[in-house]
Design a binder for this molecule. Structure first.
Ligand SMILES: [Mn+2]
Length: 271
């Protein structure tokens, strides 16, 4: 796809993207490049699973477009955009470099974003909630201690697995593949995230991980999920009034981009 020259760039205060999966055949790198070229923002949050390090271990797949995504993001970081990277489970090796700067990119375990209208949003990838999702119905009865314990044990389990050179193992991911009723899984995840946000006293949360884009209120907590750049090609944006909106780029690109052809469906998604 040719580089897009935006007719009128999308100017927003903040952009959040997650689950890009660079290095994986299914990544819509061209669509994402198109989005990045058309967008100007003050802060860009990379909400985890940007580089699919697991998949790269199975065999290197790194086309030019994937390189261009990295270059475009680093270019933005160099030219005044604040870029904050919250690693996910697929790029967890960056979790060994928390609180350092990498080519103007801040790497943090989690972030608190304050919206223009003064709301505090917790920004996390979300894989830490894998362990609590599956136990959800009876977990509520067990109370906060059991919940904390499960969150912590999932973190330690995966640190231990990493030490022994084993990949991240997600209980929820495993069950999601097994369980037909994915709707229960998604709502369980969303409620677990909202519950944690409430416990921490923030107004809302921005996460990724489950590849299910969403903006909704969960009992007074503003829940936002970035979606992904594998199937849905979605981003969250904060307008200058502090309102947050979910953009499905395939629907929006014509408004901001030149009329370049849509990539073929087969190119966008592979197994
Ligand atoms: Mn993830």
């Amino acid at each position: 796809m040719d580089k897009v020259r935006p007719l009128m760039p999308l100017r927003v205060r903040t952009v959040w993207i997650s689950d890009v999966h660079l290095g994986f055949r299914g990544c819509s790198a061209d669509m994402l490049l198109d989005f990045l070229h058309c967008t100007e923002c003050e802060t860009l949050y990379l909400v985890g699973d940007i580089i699919d390090v697991w998949n790269m271990k199975r065999g290197l797949y790194w086309p030019q477009a994937h390189n261009n995504v990295i270059r475009t993001i680093l270019g933005k970081a160099k030219h005044g955009t604040r870029v904050v990277f919250v690693p996910g489970n697929h790029d967890e090796l960056f979790r060994d470099h928390i609180d350092i700067r990498f080519g103007n990119v801040e790497i943090v375990e989690q972030a608190i974003h304050e919206t223009r209208d003064g709301r505090q949003l917790l920004v996390v990838h979300g894989d830490e909630f894998d362990s609590v999702v599956t136990c959800h119905p009876w977990l509520a009865r067990l109370g906060n201690h059991a919940y904390d314990w499960l969150l912590a044990s999932n973190r330690w389990l995966n640190i231990a697995r990493r030490r022994f050179g084993m990949g991240y193992w997600s209980l929820a991911g495993f069950l999601k593949r097994k369980v037909k009723n994915a709707v229960n899984y998604i709502s369980g995840f969303e409620e677990a995230v909202a519950r944690d946000a409430r416990r921490r006293g923030v107004d809302g949360v921005v996460c990724g991980h489950i590849h299910h884009a969403e903006v909704r209120d969960i009992d007074g907590i503003a829940y936002h999920n970035c979606g992904d750049w594998v199937e849905s090609n979605t981003a969250l944006v904060e307008r200058f009034d502090g309102s947050i909106e979910l953009l499905r780029w395939s629907d929006k690109r014509a408004e901001y981009g030149a009329d370049v052809p849509q990539p073929a469906a087969a190119f966008r998604k592979t197994g």
